[in-house]
Design a protein around this ligand. Structure first.
Ligand code: ASP
Ligand code: MG
Length: 408
């Protein structure tokens, strides 16, 4: 007998038929003697609908009140899921985040889980219930309802699995696993049987949307055995997130390609090259709570330097305003410019640690297509480039081919 946490995304609970389908799957696990905790998202589209509704009332919704109403999407699906299980003759009980007591900090709309009280869930499991828990939500120490950020049900699932020391956390979604890249762009993309936790973390942070990045961080911290599966297929092993690099000679150098069109580039031209400049540029950006991703700076022969960094597209104008109004005159920069027609393409693989020439192969492949590289950023297991947005899909396709990702 195993204890399994199954998390179902919005498409898996999109309508009554799919919820019934989900219940039959849970019933099969129950019949095998397993204990099952189910975590559900809101019906697909529902969270967007609720946020849009809030914005019609208040353009910049109050975060506490937004959490109160946006968390209702999951309250609907836990009730329906429990009913679907009961209808199959299975004992089931649902809980909201605050009923479980998934305690978070008070950062509304992006709260972090601090503690989970597992007493009720354990008692129910021992009494033979399937426990159904609302994803994406918690409660702070003052009793305010909080939410965990978009896609946060993944994190609820993994956090519950960690708290309950579950044998496995299964994430059911509309794809049957983690792919070498998005099959909508490269039809030859291949499902990975396994991927290391580090690679998954890089892919998630570079733009792969299969798992919320926080859930991957959580899985890493608590060594939760995580598997991504399709809720539309009866069979299949999905993709297992592993903690050890497989001792496999056939292990490809690159495991996956991620991409992201959400970033914009900010360039500060003609900055004097002296200590403290990077801080004078990025300090006010950080004070405004703007996340910075890639940063590049180089020194020119004339003693000045150009400073370039990327931010989320939504924050480009805010960043430019800050630089023009508060920073430019101060540091004597010649010009400040922004560009939101960029995309970031990243290749990720633990095999990079033991192979040389990966970067040069990537750059050669892009050069052969005449794609100009604007920025480069690397980690031990990742190379990311910023290119013109219109070449993004082409870049992903040619890199997928160059690194032979379509072959098993
Ligand atoms: N319903 C929430 C969202 O759409 C949480 C989730 O689906 O994971 O972001
Ligand atoms: Mg999701």
């Amino acid at each position: 007998m195993a204890l399994i946490v199954q998390k179902y995304g919005g498409t898996s609970v999109a309508n009554p038929e799919r919820i019934k389908n989900l219940a039959s799957r849970v019933a099969r696990y129950k019949a095998l003697g397993h204990q099952v905790v189910v975590v559900v998202s809101a019906m697909s589209g529902e969270t967007n609908r609720l946020i849009a509704l809030a914005k019609e009332i208040m353009p910049d919704p109050d975060p506490r009140e937004l959490d109160v109403m946006v968390s209702t999407g999951e309250q609907v699906t836990i009730g329906l899921t429990s009913m679907a299980l009961m209808d199959l003759g299975i004992k089931a009980k649902s809980y909201t985040g605050s009923q479980v007591r998934i305690v978070t900090d008070s950062a509304h709309t992006k709260a972090r889980i601090l503690n989970i009280d597992d007493a009720k869930i354990r008692a129910d499991l021992d009494a033979g219930y399937v426990v159904v828990v609302a994803g994406f939500q918690g409660v702070d120490e003052h009793g305010n309802i909080t939410t965990l950020g978009r896609g946060g049900s993944d994190t609820t699932g993994v956090a519950l699995a960690a708290a309950l020391k579950a044998d496995e956390c299964q994430i059911y979604t509309d794809v049957d696993g983690v792919y070498t890249t998005d099959p909508r762009i490269v039809p030859e993309a291949r499902r990975l049987k396994s991927i290391t936790f580090e690679e998954m973390l890089e892919l998630a942070s570079q733009g792969s949307k299969v798992l919320q990045i926080r859930s991957v961080e959580f899985a890493g911290k608590y060594q939760v055995k995580l598997r991504v599966l399709s809720s539309f297929e009866e069979e299949g092993d999905g993709t297992l997130i592993t903690f050890e690099e497989e001792n496999n000679m056939e292990q490809p150098i690159i495991s996956g390609i991620a991409f992201n069109r959400d970033e914009a580039k900010v360039t500060v031209l003609g900055v004097p090259d002296r200590p403290g400049i990077a801080y004078q540029i990025l300090g006010p950006i950080a004070d405004a709570n703007i996340d910075v991703d890639i940063i590049i700076q180089n020194t020119g022969a004339d003693g000045t330097t150009d400073f370039t960094f990327t931010v989320h597209k939504n924050e480009l104008n805010k960043a430019l305003d800050i630089l023009k109004n508060k920073v430019q005159g101060h540091i004597g920069a010649r010009e400040i410019s922004g560009d939101d027609k960029i995309a970031k393409v990243s290749i990720v693989g633990v095999g990079m640690r033991s192979h040389v020439g990966v970067a040069s192969q990537m750059f050669r492949t892009l050069a052969e297509e005449g794609i100009n590289i604007q920025m480069i950023s690397t980690s031990e297991i990742k190379i990311a480039v910023v290119i013109e947005e219109k070449y993004m899909e082409l870049a992903v396709r040619v890199l997928h081919k160059a690194f032979e990702l379509e072959e098993a």
